[in-house]
Design a protein around this ligand. Structure first.
Ligand SMILES: Cc1cc2nc3c(=O)[nH]c(=O)nc-3n(C[C@H](O)[C@H](O)[C@H](O)COP(=O)(O)OP(=O)(O)OC[C@H]3O[C@@H](n4cnc5c(N)ncnc54)[C@H](O)[C@@H]3O)c2cc1C
Length: 481
């Protein structure tokens, strides 16, 4: 495939699939038509003559959907994975920029992600430590101050200790966040802004916390719940070291590599790309799933593994249960979730930059030095940054590295992505108590999966997606046996 910038593993998988049915390739309809007898009547967007009959229809080929499909396939069930995009991975997207492999979505893993670590081990995949910063630029009394990473870490550790104080009591079992429901009820209504206000910090200390959380909340610390992050803090062992481990490692072969291995280990699962699902209808014998091109997928059960923000784009009959319907209308994913890869020229140190809540780029993370000189940086945009304006991006970098020159940059705006409509999940105040555990419960023969509804590493981690994929597969198995 000319100009295919997907990583080799993705090309190989898609290539296998398309090669089986050249007719489909020509029509550009689906990437895989493994179901016997499937015939294309028209081109993309036209009707299909026959439906696809399987045991289970999985909607969405992100980590949650593929985990569920792999598990169900291993149990002998036939599975159709129906995916809207022309690629797998969803909010994980390994691509290339400036000749380098880059992650446009999630990029880091932690040894504390137990399920994901077990998957890496199972398929013989390794992880590598990320670049360690040599300098930190942090908010000061008048503008920014340069600190050693150790000094910046010590200060953040002190501030986080205050911010997350009490989490050992209200999240004593962080994998089971409602274990102390009555204590959680006292903190779940708090936003980041509320919690910072409670601490009565100096202006500079408050600006550190606001600046730290702003990229996670999409620049709106008042809109997201502090318990989302308190749970990650708890899962990391209630320490700053554990917090830092969350982003300390990267998969050596890229974030999509594990997903490819899981797909390859799913002989009874077939993947249908470019097939946005529009409706999910429960029937007397199971579930009928219809894609935009009209093709019906008939299953004895279905797993809905699309982001919560996308549930409202699918017509469910009967309608979603109240807890899912409320979550769909409120949303869980952060709207302003724009990740930038920035190629800087010259001899640039591994500078970590943390801005204030109003900075155009409140977070900059150093990445690899480039072979021909210069360095790659990852940035997260604040509301005021126009990411298509190279000068604006350069000015945003210059708040941390005066005189830096941007050679080129690439921005992925997840809030504008048609099949995510948001980035990582971060619960709103009150959502933890409102959503769990109801949001994980099946509705008839329809089950739900996705990082946004995980019990443990909720929202911003493939660990949570895998957790829910395993749960959904178990629920389906119970239904079908
Ligand atoms: C910028 C960014 C940074 C992140 N950083 C990290 C990180 O460092 N580490 C980490 O572990 N995680 C990180 N995350 C979070 C992680 O990417 C997600 O939690 C995880 O990928 C979610 O997986 P999922 O399967 O639940 O959903 P998704 O990956 O969103 O998969 C859902 C799939 O459903 C498909 N779909 C949607 N609608 C339809 C439809 N109607 N019909 C058919 N298919 C549909 C989508 O195309 C998609 O492929 C990050 C996310 C973002 C956006």
């Amino acid at each position: 495939m000319p100009n295919d910038s997907r990583p080799p593993a993705a090309r190989r998988f898609a290539g296998q699939v398309v090669g089986r049915r050249s007719l489909l390739k020509a029509s550009g309809a689906a990437a895989l038509a493994g179901a016997a007898g499937a015939t294309v009547l028209g081109g993309a967007g036209k009707a299909y003559a026959t439906d696809v009959k399987v045991d289970v229809v999985v909607i969405g080929a992100g980590y949650a959907g593929v985990t569920a499909a792999r598990e169900l396939s291993a149990k002998g069930y036939s599975v159709a994975i129906v995916e809207a995009r022309d690629r797998v991975g969803g909010r994980i997207w390994t691509d290339t920029f400036a000749g380098q492999r880059v992650e446009l979505g999630g990029g880091w893993v932690s040894p504390d992600h137990k399920l994901v670590m077990a998957e890496f081990q199972r398929y013989g995949l390794a992880n590598v430590a990320d670049v360690v910063p040599t300098q930190s630029v942090m908010p000061g009394a008048n503008g920014f101050q340069a600190l050693t990473p150790e000094a910046a870490g010590a200060k953040l550790s002190e501030l986080f200790g205050k911010f997350f104080a009490g989490s050992q009591e209200y999240f004593p079992r962080p994998e089971d966040p409602l274990f102390k429901r009555e204590l959680v009820a006292k903190v779940d209504p708090l936003s980041f802004t509320d919690r910072i206000a409670q601490l009565k910090l100096s202006d500079v200390d408050a600006s550190w916390l606001h600046g730290y959380f702003a990229p996670y909340t999409g620049g709106d610390n008042a809109s997201r719940s502090m318990t989302s992050m308190a749970q990650w803090w708890a899962l990391g062992g209630y320490t700053y070291e554990g917090w830092e481990r969350q982003t300390a490692f990267k998969p050596t072969a890229g974030m999509t590599a594990l997903l490819q291995k899981m797909l390859e280990a799913s002989p009874k699962a077939k993947l249908y790309l470019k097939s946005p699902v529009t409706s999910v209808t429960s029937t007397a014998t199971g579930v009928e799933v219809r894609a935009e091109n009209g093709r019906p997928f008939i299953g004895r059960a279905a797993v809905v593994a699309v982001p919560v923000s996308m549930w409202k784009k699918i017509r469910f009959d009967p309608g979603l249960p109240a807890v899912q319907a409320t979550a769909a209308s409120e949303g869980v994913a952060v709207g302003l979730a724009t990740k930038l890869w920035i190629h800087l020229s010259g001899n640039v140190d591994a500078v970590y930059g943390m801005g204030t809540a109003s900075s155009p780029m409140p977070l900059m993370i150093p990445q690899q030095a480039m072979p021909g000189g210069g360095r790659m940086m990852v940035g997260f945009a604040g509301p005021s940054l126009n990411v298509s304006d190279k000068t604006a991006v350069q000015n945003a970098v210059r708040q941390f590295i005066p005189g830096a020159t941007v050679v080129n940059h690439r921005a992925q705006e997840w809030g504008r992505d048609p099949w995510a409509q948001g980035g990582w999940g971060l619960r709103r105040p009150g959502q933890l108590l409102k959503q769990l555990p109801g949001i994980q419960q099946p509705s008839g023969r329809v089950t739900f999966a996705g990082g946004d509804i995980a019990s443990g590493w909720n929202g911003a981690f493939i660990e949570g997606a895998v957790e829910t994929g395993l749960r959904a597969a178990q629920q389906v198995t119970t239904m079908l046996t």
